[in-house]
Each structure stands twice: as structure tokens, then as C-alpha cells.
Write a protein that binds this ligand. Sequence first.
Ligand SMILES: C[S@@+](CC[C@H](N)C(=O)[O-])C[C@H]1O[C@@H](n2cnc3c(N)ncnc32)[C@H](O)[C@@H]1O
Length: 420
Amino acid sequence: MFTKVDAKKNRKLLSDREPELAIEWPQSRLLADYVFLLLKSWSFETLSNEKQLPEIIGFLALASHAKRFALAEINPDSKPIVVDIGLGDGFALQEIKKRTDFVTVGFGLHEINPENKPFIDLLCYSSFPKGPKARELFDLLRGKVSLVVEAYGASTYAKGESNSIESLIAASLLLAPGGTAKLIISCILKEDRDQSPMGFANQRQRLVTFIQRVLGIDIVISRTYIKSLVVTGSFCVDYHVEIKRGLEASVSDKPLDELFAMAREQIGHCDLVPKTTRFGEFGFYNIQGSTYTLEGQQPQLHALDTRAALVSSSFRFSGPQSNYPTFKLEFNSMIILQDFIVRFSEYYLNNKDKPEWIVVQNPVDTSVELAFTRPSKGLVNAMYQARLEINRVVPDLLTVSNKGFGEMEPPTDLRTIKSM
Ligand SMILES: C[S@@+](CC[C@H](N)C(=O)[O-])C[C@H]1O[C@@H](n2cnc3c(N)ncnc32)[C@H](O)[C@@H]1O
């Protein structure tokens, strides 16, 4: 293990491994790309709208809410600290340094672009969060970071030595009071839509509960449409993760290992889900789904079968002007109902200022009513759109015959969307 200090520039390198040579994966994103990925909640319709410029200043301003801390050597002047977990070539951190007064810290396993090195105050080649130097740096920065960013970094790729959930726990604990973390974590392209490095929907829900209740930190997981850089012409429905530590929040001060042990107990033991294709593989760094299994249970390897559990579906128009297409779905199990609500919320409710859906659960008959409030040209169009949106969450959940209106051809514009 070695620590080098560039005395002239006072920049530090912390490393317990030789950085690997860069491989063929997207790793040179600019700050604008980060903001594009981390800030906007893209829907299927806005996916191709390139006109929406990233709000870099607004993004960086998130750091101003956090309490600041002085740290000998790297931050004697109590500037906001920003950490990139999986910095790639280091362009985003380089630009943050040029634009702001922040202290820049990057974790990575691959050699960064040498031209960006002078703009990174602390560079750590070590596996986040469990590599020896990563751990050392975590201990130094715990509770002191204003802004954590991650664009398909450790939480997407961590496996074997660590896993996505441990990475998110550590990222949460880095935050200073008032600090924010914005991450994007990959879906598993070409595999089940509910797979993720953070497990299946019910496991992600356990993660959210753990971070909120055990750590005392807020976390929201939502889905966002992204054009794939790996498979041209495809789109991914990736996971946005926003973590916020309240200014006055009472946050766990338990040692990381103790919290990881609690996470294994309460969220589950991590295994990889076998892949059926080779999409998204970069040697060891393939993007693979994980499953988190509680003691005494069998590992879940597929999404829960929502379709098979749908007992009935009915349709009506609701709302003050009777123009909200409304589907009532009744399931044969509370577990499936809850799983569906988690998945639906990730698509349409979480992290949205104005959700377009009104969702009412009825535990008595294990049902949910979903009313779609987006204005539309005509009732038929609205109904088709609502059905399409529900089927994005669980493919083919609603067939034409159970929409309650008999067989009908979809309007042309929606047919185009469906065939993409
Ligand atoms: C696909 S690249 C993305 C790089 C950069 N965020 C970007 O968007 O351009 C993945 C990055 O995460 C880093 N990485 C993967 N697993 C990691 C881990 N466990 N700890 C630290 N860095 C990791 C890799 O070394 C690489 O820098």
C-alpha cells in the first residue's frame, strides 16, 4: 500500500492497487453529461428531447445546503467537499474544480486521464467501499461530504468484494448534515425489467427502509429512461437514487462493518443473478443483477409474476370531470400488490414534483386503483396511454381485452411509440 503526496500541488494519491488500464466502456463523461444523467427524470416521451439543457449551476448549488468541515491537509478552509464514486477519466471532477471552490475527491479502479489529475485533490484507487484505502478515506470523510455523485460507478459494478447496497450505505454515510447524493445505477439490459444491482423491487424496498430507519437518512429510488451508450439504439430504464441527509437528522454512528452485518440480516445476503445474454459485459466489470436473500429463504432469481397474480382488472373514468382513465387491479397476494406498488412508484410517483397518477390501495380486497390525470386529446387516447404506461412497469400486464372497452386499435402515435 502506498500514499503519495504531490508536494508542489498538495494533491494526494491514496492507493492499495495499481490502477487498471481503461477499458472499452463509457468513462469520459463531462459534467454536463453527469447533470443530464443525474438531475433529469426522463420519461419515455422526453427521451429524445435534447433541447433540455443540463442545469450545471443548479446541480452544484446542491452542495451549498450542507454543513462544512475543516480537514487537515485536504480541506483546511472548510470548503464544500464533492466525491465521485467511480470517476472514470475524471472529467466531471476536473470541471467541478474549475468552476467551483470545492474540494474534489474521486474513487476509481482505472487510471484516470493524466491531464485531469491536477484538478482532483484526493484520488483513491481502491474498491469502494471495502478496499483498504477506500475504507481509510471513508473514515476520514464520513459525515463531511456536501455532494456525492456517481454515474454508473461502484454501485453499478460493485460485486464479489462488495455489493451495490453496501456501496449505497457507505455513500449515504459520507454525507454531511444537509448533504445530497445523486447516483445513477444501471438496469440490466435485455434481462428482466425488475432486475438491478440493488436487487428486485421488494429488496430495494428493504434497502430504502434500512437507510431511512437504521441510518436516519432519506433515500428515494426512481426509474429514468436513458439512451444506451453500450447498445446503440436501445434505451435503458435506469435507477435514479437520491439520498439526502437532513441538517438536523440524527444519523447512525455505528461502525461500517456492523451496519453491513445488519444490512445482510435485514435486507439479505447478496448473490448475483445469472445472466441470459452477454449485454453490458466489460470483462470483470459486467453489469449484473443481484439478489438479496433473507435467512431461511430461497434466492429470488426472477421478478415476481405480477401477471399470474392478477385476479381481475376493471376500468372506469374517474375525477372531477370524469376524464381520468382509472384501472382497478386486484391481486391474489398482498406481497404481489406491494411489489407492484413499489415498481409503479419508481416509475411514476417517486422523485416527481407533480405525479400524473392518483394511486389508491385497498388492502381489504388486495387491490389498487390507478387514475391517470395527464390531459389528453380525447378519452380513448387517454385510456390507451394509461394502459401503455402501466404496461411499461409490468410488460403486458393489461391486455386489450381487460381494458373494459372491447377490442380497439390504438391511435397511430401510440402505435409508433409501442414499436420502438
Ligand atoms: C463505466 S465507468 C464510468 C465512469 C464515469 N463515472 C463516467 O460516467 O464517465 C465506471 C467507473 O467506476 C469505477 N468503479 C467500478 N467499480 C468500482 C469500485 N468498486 N470502487 C471504485 N470505483 C469503481 C471504474 O474504475 C470506472 O472509473
